[in-house]
Ligand binder design. Structure first.
Ligand SMILES: *Cc1c(COP(=O)(O)O)cnc(C)c1O
Length: 451
């Protein structure tokens, strides 16, 4: 796939790094033209650690986690915030999530292994996935994960069998497709009818699944789950989904006499990728979802369930950024200017996948206006390999350090070794200190599995 044509009429902007508002990590500042985050000079950091490099503003990350927990506990005491670890995962972020009182979503055995390796309590882990393998289920059940979110009839039988072999009753949810459309990209919509995830409510499939779960041995249906999509800006679909789900719980009560006591509304709150984006705040999201659940329960005289939400992106995306070094610059008159960086689709697949937007700056020229429009392309053998399409940037020169904001979610966890590229290290910056929390891959790592 090639790149979308550059818009040659697009005007550069006069904004400097500090004018980029909502995409900036909270401790961003500029000193002597250099971008600092967490009190650390990102230009120096890039030169010390090498690039490409993932950097996280640790204070920002911690504050987002606190804001979520405080907002939900404040409005709805019987609630839990679950970090959807597929957005960004290493041992450091799991430790912080645990410290901040969040539960953890894992979508397979590999993510579970990371959680267990740092002593994260298994009973606070929720396991997802539309096709967890028997081995992954075995790992989850023997570790004692709190809830398995069952996605199909086949899996229901599988969980029952494995739990039976262990002589336990496994707590489960069923994943339901509430038929709610969210205003987001096609590929990250999950709540509509034609979805590989969950049980659709159409033709009472979901109702039959609940009936089956209620009579299946070795499992206890603790509640229901839904997840309507990702990077959602308008909050109404969350309220709609909440109302649909409570309505469904009410129907289960009348059909089967079972009053389910937990409701997990998934993740999906959007974040700012562009300076002009205006996503809803965590507080607004909490008000919308808690309010909708309370209203629906009151209207149906249904007891308030324990409420869960599973943010991924909105916890980590704006805390993270990626540093690169400029290697080559090509001006193609009447076409576009390519600024090539020492990474690309191997560390950020989102742009090649669905033309994602990002705001870039040159970290060593952070106080200058962004006077050219460029495409930041990668070093990979694909013409669709770009990190930033058609955005303003300061006048670029070879060896400049580029910082791309908002890369904290779905970059590190989707990274690959395409073209033999070692995956970047991860550094947490805080109070003037840079902590390397994941080292860069070595060439040796790349081929360590080969026999
Ligand atoms: C991906 C995912 C999330 C997190 O979504 P975000 O948009 O990153 O908040 C939560 N729950 C489930 C089941 C998911 O698949």
């Amino acid at each position: 796939m090639s790149l979308p044509a550059s818009d040659l009429t697009k005007a550069p902007d006069q904004r400097t790094a500090m004018d980029l508002g909502p995409v900036l990590p909270e401790t961003a500042e500029v000193r002597d033209g250099h971008l600092f985050v967490g009190g650390v000079d990102l230009v120096e950091l890039a030169r010390e650690q090498g690039t490409a490099l993932y950097v996280f503003d640790e204070a920002h990350l911690r504050h987002r986690m606190e804001a979520y927990v405080d907002a939900f506990h404040g409005l709805y005491p019987e609630s839990d915030v679950i970090y959807a670890s597929k957005a960004f995962l290493n041992k450091a972020v799991v430790r912080i999530a645990h410290e901040k009182g969040l539960c953890l979503d894992v979508s397979g055995g590999g993510e579970l292994a990371c959680a267990l390796s740092v002593g994260y309590p298994a009973d606070r882990v929720f396991m997802h996935g539309n096709n967890k393998t028997p081995r992954e289920l075995e790992e989850a059940i023997s570790a004692g994960v709190g809830r398995i979110v069952v996605d199909s009839f086949d899996e229901l039988a599988r969980v029952s069998r494995i739990a039976g072999e262990h002589g336990i009753v496994q707590e489960i949810y069923l994943r339901i497709t509430p038929g709610v459309e969210a205003d987001t990209h096609e590929y990250i919509k999950t709540g509509c009818e034609d979805s590989k995830f969950g049980f659709t409510m159409k033709d009472d499939l979901a109702l039959r699944a609940v009936g089956r779960a209620l009579e299946t041995p070795h499992v206890h249906l603790a509640g229901l789950h839904c997840h309507i999509g990702s990077q959602i800006f308008k909050l109404d679909p969350f309220a709609e989904a909440a109302a649909v789900m409570v309505g469904f719980m009410d129907r289960i009560r009348s059909e089967y006499g079972a009053t389910l006591s937990e409701l997990d509304l998934g993740g999906g709150l959007g974040i700012a990728y562009l300076a002009d984006d205006e996503p809803a705040s965590i507080q607004e999201f909490a008000q919308m979802t808690c309010g909708a659940v309370k209203d629906a329960c009151e209207a149906r005289d249904f007891p308030l369930p324990r409420l869960l939400v599973e943010p991924g992106r909105s916890l980590v995306a704006n805390a993270g950024m990626t540093l690169y070094t400029v290697g080559t610059i090509k001006e193609l008159p009447g076409i576009r200017t390519f600024v090539a960086i020492d990474g690309g689709m191997s560390d950020n697949i989102r742009t090649a996948l669905y033309h994602a937007d990002y705001e870039p700056v040159i970290a060593n020229k952070a106080d200058q206006p962004r006077t050219q429009i460029v495409t930041l392309c990668g070093k990979h053998c694909e013409s669709g390999d770009a990190v930033v399409l058609d955005m303003p940037l300061q006048e670029a020169e070879v060896d400049d350090i580029v910082c791309v904001f908002g890369t904290g979610a779905y970059n590190q966890t989707m990274a690959s070794n395409y073209n033999g590229q070692p995956r970047p290290g991860v550094v947490f910056v805080c109070d003037g200190q840079a902590k390397l929390v994941t080292r860069r891959e070595t060439y040796e790592d790349l081929y360590a599995r080969d026999l």
